[in-house]
Design a protein around this ligand. Structure first.
Ligand code: ADP
Ligand code: MG
Length: 310
């Protein structure tokens, strides 16, 4: 069942515009919809003409929206890691963890995890109140990294779990040989081992997210009639294939924006595509979104959800 939609693509192609128009049309057709902007440079609120926050704000009947406060999620993630490390490792208290966490804020992966836990929060805590959740995504590079994060992290967690099992086995052997050993005082059983337990719960959380991306989401790429956005769409398609996330739709936005020749790459031709004309007058208020005709896109989303297409 698809109850989530993600619109990916190059900056400026119209991800926010198409997400907002798609969500509006779904809401006006009677579905209860939440739109969540994951872009650190939010403009979803401007598109709807409503001030948005980190929590759902009503835009109109059946339609709520929020703008994820990524900086707050980074802080939350660091705080969680800090207290977890202190609780799990007794010797952590003797290390200077604070300076480590100060730099962790800037280390690779932190932003991706923050987006991931924000999506988890929306999925686990908020989505039950809605029929559909639409995600307006950040630029391609960050989007591809957070979408790949569950698959990549699960590989790590699987290896760490094996390592932890070996450590516990060694402890058991040592304890058997020498029950007086200091090791006997430490944990030898998987069921009691905090680290082993933590790895298991991280694995569960990551599996929920990878399932969300691969099986419960309609993932579409927005392009414009130009070579650069088509190349980027191809890259997105190839990267998503590697992590088992099928691409459901292709939105060709701003058709007719220029007279420059362009061709659709044949590798994208099998994906169902939806055309949206360039509006020379631009989009200024919520009702202008109706000129982005998402009827066919909405129908495809609903049909894909019913079929439970993988
Ligand atoms: N079909 C369209 N016709 C005219 N202007 C458009 C159209 N789609 C998007 N725009 C404009 O293009 C700009 C970028 O759109 P936006 O949705 O913010 O892109 P993205 O979220 O991909 O960065 C905005 O000013 C938006 O109003
Ligand atoms: Mg945007």
């Amino acid at each position: 069942m698809h109850s989530n939609a993600f619109f990916l693509g190059k900056g400026g192609v119209g991800k926010t515009t198409v997400s907002a128009a798609f969500a509006l049309s779904l809401a006006r057709s009677g579905k209860k919809v939440l739109v969540a902007s994951l872009d650190p440079a939010h403009n979803l609120g401007d598109v709807y003409g409503v001030k948005l926050f980190d929590k759902p704000v009503p835009v109109e009947p059946n339609l709520d929206a929020l703008e994820v406060d990524l900086a707050a999620w980074v802080e939350r993630y660091l705080e969680e890691s800090r207290s977890e490390l202190k609780a799990t490792y007794s010797y952590a208290g003797t290390m200077n963890l604070d300076s480590f966490f100060d730099i962790m804020k800037y280390s690779p992966g932190t932003e991706e995890y923050a987006v991931l836990w924000a999506i988890e929060h929306i999925h686990c805590e908020l989505s039950a109140g809605y029929d559909v959740v639409v995600f307006d995504t950040p630029p391609t590079a960050l989007s591809l990294r957070f979408l790949a994060m569950p698959a990549i992290s699960n590989l790590w967690v699987a290896e760490l779990t094996k390592l932890r099992e070996r450590i516990l086995q060694r402890r058991t052997s040592i304890t058997r040989v020498n029950p007086e050993s200091a090791v006997a005082a430490s944990c030898v059983d998987k069921a009691d081992d905090k680290v082993y337990g933590r790895l298991g719960s991280i694995r569960k959380r990551l599996t929920v997210l990878s399932d969300l991306f691969s099986n419960e989401s309609y993932v579409a790429v927005v392009i414009n009639p130009d070579h650069l956005s088509v190349s980027e769409a191809l890259r997105i398609k190839e990267e998503l294939e590697k992590i088992d996330i099928p691409l459901s739709g292709l939105c060709v936005n701003k058709r007719g924006v220029s007279r420059a020749a362009w061709t659709m790459d044949h590798r994208l031709s099998k994906i169902r595509s939806f055309d949206f004309d360039f509006l020379p007058g631009g989009l200024h208020e919520r009702e202008d979104l109706r000129t982005i005709d998402t009827k066919d896109l909405v129908a495809d989303f609903l049909a894909a959800g019913r079929k439970g297409r993988k």
